[in-house]
Design a protein around this ligand. Structure first.
Ligand code: ADP
Length: 258
């Protein structure tokens, strides 16, 4: 029986740099990465390795990079800013460490926000919000404001808002960075559930425990991809092949991790 694997995202030779003074600082170096539909990927690496920069490229929040970015059959690198924004709105949900909820909107209004930018009839919108509140078991909190919730509950709302439009791809930047371990566990169990329901997930985390919920771990160092459990050809640092992948970036025996 033929099993078809769909590539959702393909990055080829993606680079990102910032002008600093007279020079240039490189934050992403020759990134080649394929993300298959249904994967749950964790990006790890020391602070400053480029994890958030990579996530921002994937999220289409950044458009100042070079190289090729394919979203399915669509060449993102050839799109105009408006087309990229449209693609992001339809296909991508984003979760942040600091929740990014609007303080003067209730839980229900925060969750409705992404729908309010779309051409969806009011009745249908209300139905989607009710269904999401129920799915996330936060119906009782719907009229509360973010500052009346615990951190874990605020992040649940952040995730509910990110997935209410049923994005194919959910991106999360240190989603449990501000949470206790029991709250983090709840968030990771929710990610597992969303992944099983078909959402492809890419999370950035320093936590080995969080990484253990994923199906593939990518290591970054100094802007380079330095390891990938889904791509044995990208050797772990310390080996001769690893040094070849990241020229000048890695020392023999140097650990890469959180
Ligand atoms: P990580 O998420 O792995 O901690 P980041 O992607 O946030 O790393 O940052 C990677 C590098 O890019 C860091 O060295 C950081 O200082 C640099 N960087 C990020 N934003 C800017 C900016 N606006 N200007 C210059 N350098 C930046």
């Amino acid at each position: 029986m033929e099993v078809r694997i769909y590539i959702m995202i393909k990055l080829q030779n993606v680079e990102r740099s910032y002008k600093t003074g007279a020079g240039q600082t490189w934050v992403l170096r020759r990134i080649d990465l394929s993300i298959r539909e249904g994967e749950f990927i964790t990006i790890m690496g020391p602070s400053g390795a480029g994890k958030s920069s990579l996530l921002n490229v994937l999220a289409l929040l950044d458009d100042q990079w070079a190289g090729e970015y394919w979203f399915g059959e669509q060449p993102v690198h050839e799109m105009k800013r408006k087309e990229r924004a449209e693609l992001a709105k339809r296909k991508i949900g984003m979760v942040f460490q600091s929740y990014h909820l609007l303080d003067d909107l209730t839980v229900q209004e925060n969750i409705d926000l992404p729908l309010s930018y779309k051409d969806i009839p009011r009745g249908q919108r209300q139905g989607m919000v009710a269904e999401t509140l129920d799915h996330f078991q936060i119906v009782a909190k719907k009229d509360l404001y973010p500052n009346q919730l615990s951190g874990g509950q605020q992040q649940l709302v952040g995730i509910a808002r990110a997935v209410i439009h049923k994005p194919a791809l959910l991106l999360a930047d240190e989603p449990t960075g501000n949470l206790h371990s029991s709250q983090a566990k709840e968030i990771m169990e929710l990610f597992t559930k969303l992944n099983r329901e078909g959402t492809t997930i890419v999370q950035v985390t320093h936590s080995e425990v969080n990484a253990s919920y994923g199906s593939r771990t990518i290591q970054m160092k100094d802007g380079w991809l330095a390891g990938d459990t889904g791509n044995p050809a990208l050797a772990q640092p310390g080996s001769a092949a690893g040094a070849g992948v990241a020229p000048g970036g890695l020392q023999s025996g140097e650990a890469v991790g959180s």
